[in-house]
Design a protein around this ligand. Structure first.
Ligand code: NI
Length: 227
């Protein structure tokens, strides 16, 4: 599933993040990549412990917390601490790769299975050319470039790349989620059911049927979730 979630950050938060990143300490992005990925990666990554990274991470996690669509789609068990990267000038692409299946988060001491990959865009698309996130899917390659503050969520299993940035700079935040529901198929069923229930309630209010189907949703989640 590839899902676009708008307005994870407000315009004020995006602007604040952009300001924090103006004089931030950037490093070579290859240091965090596995051996296959390292060969095709050429970008910059923000130093993980700097003030800007800490503030933007906290802002993003608050944004995710208040977003019901994100929760329903991801059913997060663990979120791998978000990182921030930049593509511009001579460091402007990240060729085809698959993200490592397991990430070790030093700050929590936990391993995270990367069921879902997420990118939050931090630059207005008018401010740079190129930089599409191109994700290979059974339906072909999906090329994604979203407004600042919007997020794309896609299968951690997919081959993907960030196309070369040919003008300006592309700032983004990326992270992975280990879901309570490991199977992408089961996650999709739960998401579709939840979204259909939301629309039913908007159209008809709470009825005996929506109550019963909500029960079915939770019983499926109980059966499939690993907390
Ligand atoms: Ni990747």
């Amino acid at each position: 599933m590839l899902l676009h979630i708008p307005d994870v950050l407000t315009p004020d938060e995006v602007q604040h993040a952009q300001q924090l990143l103006v004089d931030a300490p950037w490093a070579d992005g290859r240091s965090s990549a596995g051996s296959q990925a390292r060969a095709v990666k050429n970008n910059e990554q923000l130093q993980h412990d700097c003030d800007a990274a800490t503030q933007i991470r906290a802002m993003l996690l608050r944004g995710l917390d208040r977003n019901a669509t994100f929760f329903s789609a991801a059913l997060p068990k663990r979120v791998f601490t978000p990182r921030i990267n930049r593509y511009q000038g001579g460091s402007n692409f990240y060729g085809d790769h698959v993200d490592n299946a397991i990430r070790f988060a030093p700050d929590t001491g936990l391993r995270v299975r990367t069921d879902i990959s997420c990118t939050l865009f931090l630059t207005d698309p008018a401010d740079y050319d190129g930089g599409e996130l191109a994700i290979q899917d059974t339906a072909g390659t999906q090329r994604v470039k979203l407004p600042a503050g919007h997020l794309v969520l896609y299968a951690g299993t997919s081959v993907h790349q960030v196309e070369p940035v040919t003008r300006g700079a592309r700032l983004a935040c990326f992270f992975w989620i280990e879901s309570m529901v490991r199977s992408a198929e089961q996650r999709r069923l739960l998401f579709d059911l939840d979204m259909a229930l939301l629309r039913l309630r908007q159209q008809h209010g709470e009825t005996a049927e929506t109550t019963a189907l909500t029960g079915t949703y939770h019983n499926l989640l109980r059966m499939w979730a690993d907390t």
